[in-house]
Design a protein around this ligand. Structure first.
Ligand code: AKG
Length: 274
């Protein structure tokens, strides 16, 4: 099997991420792509989401009496020139860096929209204990499933610490890899996978912090959850599913594993050494 040091889909061919960022992604399961798309594009899309929130959920930006609960979910994908403009060459190049050029399908549109309004949580920031999950309600999970190759979270509002940024368990993707390896070849349904992962608890909880126009790039195996918004801004994100053209491979003849695949191999190596 290729070793992490010789197997990269190419630290020599990285387009936007640095080798240190790729290493951070493999180890922590998350890397931030700053200034991934223009802030003006984020403003425009945020306005679109507000208009859909009013139409679909009767939540009005200008009328706080319509803000009835902190978490408002808009389960729709918006496909429009405004959302397409967020898939900048920089974003697509980062997908290439983490998945390998030509190995993934370009998503269409942006959605869904978990919006977190301020004023409903106070005191200390916390991650919602009941919300921990690995994405992928729509498919049966196997170690090399192509159904989700990457979990990019697009930021449409500025979020500092405590402002409702997605909570994740840094390094937790390695443990998900181990659970999926144990479950081979049958694999696990979405709820069984979440149960298996949550059994371990969440030991290194961090939150996505950044500015509108940033994209947090999460390993598809990353356990994550909603968090309290104890700040004053409305928190807007959307998470996207990037699917793969072929199942992942944990060994490749040319040795060119993608960083997503390398991280999985790393998770399995930890078990072998343990
Ligand atoms: O709202 C968030 O920060 C997380 C959303 C999430 O986990 C999801 O939609 O899968």
């Amino acid at each position: 099997m290729s070793t992490p040091s010789d197997s990269s889909a190419g630290s020599d061919s990285l387009k936007v991420l640095t080798p240190a960022q790729v290493e951070e992604f493999k180890e922590e399961g998350v890397v931030m792509l700053r200034d991934a798309f223009p802030r003006e594009a984020a403003d425009t899309v945020r306005n679109l989401v507000w208009s859909r929130l009013k139409a679909v959920k009767n939540v009005d930006r200008d009328d706080r009496s319509t803000w009835r609960e902190g978490f408002v979910h808009l389960p729709e994908t918006i496909v429009s020139p405004e959302t397409e403009a967020c898939y900048t060459p920089r974003v697509l190049a980062a997908f290439d860096d983490l998945l390998g050029e030509g190995r993934w399908n370009r998503p269409s549109g942006l959605g869904w929209w978990p919006v977190i309004l301020p004023g409903f949580s106070s005191g200390e920031w916390y991650a919602n204990e009941k919300g921990w999950h690995v994405d992928g309600q729509q498919f049966h999970h196997r170690l090399t499933s192509p159904d989700q190759g990457l979990l990019p979270i697009f930021l449409f509002s500025d979020m500092g610490p405590g402002d409702g940024g997605t909570g994740y368990d840094a390094g937790g993707h390695l443990m998900t890899a181990r659970e999926l390896a144990i479950a081979e070849p049958a694999g696990l349904g979405p709820s069984a996978l979440c149960k298996a992962v949550n059994r371990h608890g969440h030991h290194n909880v961090k939150q996505v912090v950044g500015r509108a126009g940033d994209v947090a790039l999460l390993h598809p195996f990353m356990p994550h959850t909603t968090t309290a918004n104890v700040g004053t801004n409305v928190r807007f994100i959307c998470n996207v599913c990037v699917t793969l053209k072929e199942p992942m491979q944990l060994e490749r003849e040319d040795g060119k594993l993608s960083p997503v695949e390398e991280a999985i191999v790393r998770g399995l190596e930890v078990v072998r050494k343990a």
